[in-house]
Structure formats: C-alpha cells, structure tokens
Design a protein around this ligand. Structure first.
Ligand SMILES: Cc1ncc(COP(=O)(O)O)c(C=O)c1O
Length: 410
C-alpha cells in the first residue's frame, strides 16, 4: 500500500477552523450565531489600495516577479519598519511570503533540522506547534498562565535557553491573549537573550500596529542592537490593513538568513502575484488613517469585553493591550453544568456555549492553555454586545453539577 510522507500525519487541521465551520453550519441552519471565533479584521483596505489595483489591471502584465519581492515593495517594507521603530534595514535584509504564515514556515524550514529544539511561550498561536511538528522539530513550551498575565518571565526564558535550543519564537502583541510587553519587559527578556548566543530569535510582531493605551510597540533589536544578527522580525498586512486574503507577509533579518528564505521562496512560491504586490505597496505607502482608526475602535471594544467578563464572578481576564483578542480564564465553570450538560473542560464549555447560546469562541487548549478561551472581538458593536450578554447569561445559568447529580440520585 502506498504511504504518504510521515510529516503529513503530523499536520493537524486548525482547531480554530473546526469551531468556525460549526458556527457557519449553525448559521446556515438559520441560527442567530455570534462569531467570536475567527481572527479576521472586520474592515476592508482603503480605497487607494483598490485604485492602485484597478490602475495595474489596465497595464499589460502577469509575468513572474522576483523571489525576494518587487524592489518597490522591499523599499516600502524598509520604510514601514523604520516607522515602526526598526531602523537600519535595507532591501538585502527583507523578503516577502504568502502571508506571515508562509514566512514562518520558511523560517522554520531554514533554521530547524529534524530533531532541533524550538522554544516558545504558551499561550501560543496554534500554527507554531503545527509547523514545528510537520518539520519534525522538538518543541519546548514555556507555560505562562493567567496568574502571570500570560507573559514570559526572564527567569523562565533563561532556564529554557540553557539547553541551547535552535530557535526561540516570540509573539508580541499576542494572539490569543492580546498581551503586549512593555519596553522594560522586552529589555529584561533581551538581557537574557544576549546571554545565550546560540539561539536564533523569531519575533512574530504582526499585530505591532494594534497596540493600545499608548504603551507602544517594542522589539528586542531596538533595546539590544547586537541581537539583530540573529533575530528575524515578522510582519504582515493581514491584520493591520484589513487584507488577510491578499496574503502578504514579510520579514526582516540578517542578510545571509534572509537570502536563504529567498532561495526557499524560489522553490516554494517563485514570487508573490504582481497584483498583490501592487496592493501591498499602496497599503504600506498610502494613508495610514484606517489602521489608526481601527486601533482606537478596537481599544474601546477591548474595554467593553473586559468589563463584561470581569463582571462575571470567578472569571479572570488579564487586560489585553493590543491585537483584537481577549483570553479569559473560565475554569470557574469546570465541574458545573448547563441545562444538564456537564462542563469538564474548555472544549465542553465552548461546545455548550455554541449549542445553547450560539456564541462561537475557541477553546484555550488550541493555544496550549486549557483553562481559558479566546474571544476575537472584531465583529460589529451590536454583535459584540449581544454575544457578551449571552456569555453572561450562560454563566448565570450554570449550576453545580455535583448538587444536581445528588438531587437526581435522591
Ligand atoms: C500570531 C500570528 N502570527 C502569524 C499569523 C499569520 O498571518 P498571515 O498569514 O495572515 O499574515 C497570524 C494569523 O492569525 C497570527 O495570529
């Protein structure tokens, strides 16, 4: 019997998509579903992006582009990095991919041989595990529970790097928690990184323009320039510019490492579609009003979500300061029941919430933190209020399962 490669057996379909599909199915059945499950921005790119694309279609083109990315796009990326406080990069330090996901895949492929160790904190973005597993890397997870505000402590990092892992992967602002590290926290982690020169660093900073409360975005290479030679900074147009389907990701890093990514591009994708590059240049170099307005809007919605969740007895929701996610610890519900359904864990909770209240969320176990769930709050304010009220009433209707069982046996 013909067999597929072993790595295909290690690839799992995304847990987030499983819930999103169920929510879609309920919606198709006419149920009034509120979807907090999928991390897509609820806005479209600016008109100038469409104008650039329309203009491009009037030209004769459609040829192959370059593996690294169109020179004008590389210049736009370098300028964008500079605006984000990441100065000193040139075209030779950057390249593109089909979204940050493909950039990350390339990076892991370039840096990790089978059996090499990759370290990252939990909660983590689900694809970190999936990509590392496909490549046969050894994964070490550093648990950062809600009691430490889902943030990595310098001592934890120091201990983990003692074994000289090949790669340290770090995400700030975080999906799924929305946590953002302050400059002091980044500096403290950077001090540790300097002490461990045998580890590559991947900084997944794709939400860096969605930071609230004026705390700003900070990166290891800003506070310790010597880390630049082994740090790759990933970014994407998906969330900042309302362009997830356009699939543009990019990365800045040391020249030799980025050159290896370009070689992988030449074998995996050849190039980004030219029409996509045109759209990306327009988004990066045109008006930045939309991302700025969205940052304001999301920070207000964050307040609504956190206020509603904190009003529920026993629910603990560290206050997110970026992205568009909240990640409440809902373990107070475990061992209780809703409408006779026992809730033993996060998956039971999310299933019951979807079945009973038609609110779709993602179980925290998908992100390595099974006491929590992820709420993505990019939907309309009306949907947001409706969903939050339903979550509150779900909690209010929970009853003590042991009491119920005892009553049933009496
Ligand atoms: C933390 C993180 N990194 C990377 C990605 C990939 O983004 P894209 O491939 O759309 O650029 C996502 C998408 O949800 C994400 O949340």
């Amino acid at each position: 019997m013909l067999k597929l490669a072993a790595r295909t057996g290690r690839a799992k379909p995304s847990a987030i998509m499983v819930i999103a599909d169920k929510a879609k199915q309920l919606k198709a059945e006419g149920k009034d579903v509120v979807n907090f499950s999928i991390g897509v921005p609820n806005f479209l790119p600016g008109e100038h992006v469409y104008a650039a694309v329309r203009e491009w279609t009037s030209h004769d083109s459609g040829s192959y582009g370059t593996n690294r990315g169109a020179p004008e796009l590389l210049d736009a990326i370098v300028a964008h990095l500079k605006q984000s406080g990441l100065d000193g990069y040139t075209r030779n330090n950057v390249t593109v991919g089909i979204g940050a996901k493909q950039v990350l895949y390339n990076l892991c492929e370039a840096l990790l041989d089978e059996g090499d160790e990759i370290v990252f904190p939990a909660p983590y973005w689900t694809s970190y595990v999936d990509i590392a597993e496909i490549l046969g890397a050894r994964i070490t997870i550093l648990p950062c529970p809600s009691s430490q505000h889902y943030k990595l402590a310098p001592e934890q990092l120091d201990k983990a790097l003692a074994s000289n892992p090949k790669v340290f992967l770090f995400n700030n602002p975080s999906n799924p928690t929305g946590m953002v590290y302050t400059r002091e926290e980044i500096a403290a982690l950077a001090d540790v990184l300097v002490k461990h020169p045998n580890t590559w660093i991947i900084a997944d900073d794709i939400y860096n323009r969605l930071v609230f409360d004026g705390i700003g975005y900070h990166n290891f290479v800003q506070v310790k320039p010597e880390l630049r030679e082994r740090t790759f900074v990933m970014d994407s147009l998906s969330k900042t510019y309302g362009m997830p389907g356009w699939r543009v990701g990019f990365v800045a890093g040391p020249e030799a490492g980025v050159k290896a990514l370009v070689t992988l591009n030449s074998n995996h994708i050849t190039c980004l579609p030219e029409i996509t590059e045109v759209a990306a240049i327009a988004a990066l170099t045109g008006s930045q009003d939309i991302p700025a307005a969205k940052r304001e809007e999301f920070s207000k919605r964050r307040d609504d979500v956190v206020n509603a969740l904190q009003a529920i007895p026993g629910v603990h929701c560290p206050r997110p300061q970026g992205a568009f996610y909240a990640f409440p610890d809902i373990s107070v519900a475990f061992g209780k029941s809703h409408n006779g359904k026992l809730i033993e864990n996060d998956v039971d909770f999310c299933k019951a919430l979807l079945d009973e209240k038609f609110v779709a969320t993602v179980p925290g176990s998908a992100f390595g933190e099974p006491r929590s769930l992820r709420i993505s709050y990019t939907c309309s304010p009306e949907q947001l209020q409706k969903g939050l009220a339903r979550i509150q009433s779900f909690f209010a209707e929970l009853s003590d399962a042991r009491v119920e069982r005892a009553a049933a046996n009496a």
